[in-house]
Ligand binder design. Sequence first.
Ligand SMILES: [Zn+2]
Length: 389
Amino acid sequence: MIRKVATWLLAVVLLAVLAFLTLGASFVDRRMNTVILKPPYRVSPAAQALHAKLRVADMHDDLLLWPRDPVARGTVGSTDIPRLLDGNIAVEIFSTVSKTPRGQNYESNAGNSDNITALAIAEHRPIKTWTSLLERARWTSLKAHDAAERANGSLILVTTASELARELAGREVKKNVVIGLLSVEGLQVLEGKLENLKTLYSLGFRMAGLAHFFDNDVAGSAHGIAKGGLTPFGREVVKKMEEKGIIVDLAHVSSKTVDDVLAMATRPVVVSHGGVAAVCPGPRNWTDDQLRRLASNGGVIGIGFWDAAICDATPAGVAKAIRHAVDVAGVDHVGLGSDWDGAINAAFDATGMPLVTEALLAQGFSEDDIAKIMGENVIRILLQGLPKG
Ligand SMILES: [Zn+2]
């Protein structure tokens, strides 16, 4: 009898392991990356005509985290190269997510647990990625480069200002190209070593968020426990990033870190994805005072497409948050930071990007202002901030 029960138990455990290894990652992807307004989308001919002329840039996309072929058109989540092309997105910044705490929330998280290990195993990533956050970044970079190689010219990764300028010019002729850049979400991937910044650079990463959902040895997070500022190591890191042409990203960081970085930055920074507190209060959304200081730094905030960033996850809600950010910071300091496929319930998927143009028209923005907000501001930051090449 006992032996029979043991055999059954073993069978159940083996089945569970098998299910985890074959279906687990896709199951989580499907559950965590959802879209409120389903495609196909319709916009006015005027909005469509304007949108087609724009150079659209979006500062944050977590597509590479999930078990999907970035090059193949899919129906899960919000993005892949075909859907980004449908949305006329010229520049997309793809992030590497290395570690997220269990029970992740916006208020307070310790850094001593991690969901990504299970995902790495379920996605059959190399064993090195199970234990090393830096290896997770390397794996993301390899995945991006592999996708670009298979994309038939529809995804081109760039690492310098001259490459970006060349590809933007090329795109004027041959429209169907997404220009990709790589970013890091949380510099815990440095594993405490400044020399690992060199590794990230050689892997093609050109933007990095200092912290993600927990305080790390670089900086305090808006969602951490202590929510402190830049550490002495963090100061060295920021200095080195500016030297190398890796753009500093203040998304997710604590207000003390915002203060510390803005006090020392000699180059424009970004908030790759976030919101504004006056429209949508929340621990990571920027106050008017912070927005003004971001403007004097020359930086850009990317307004997100999910509920906790804008409190009204609709195209009109995106435009309303943008309107406030522009009123406070000025039209040169606001852009897009969708957070598509960042475990969010997105307002719309990438094919719906023209809805934002339409909503900005409805907000009364001029075509020139819309061009800046939809991409030109981010492109300016990239051309200024990336290594010349
Ligand atoms: Zn994020």
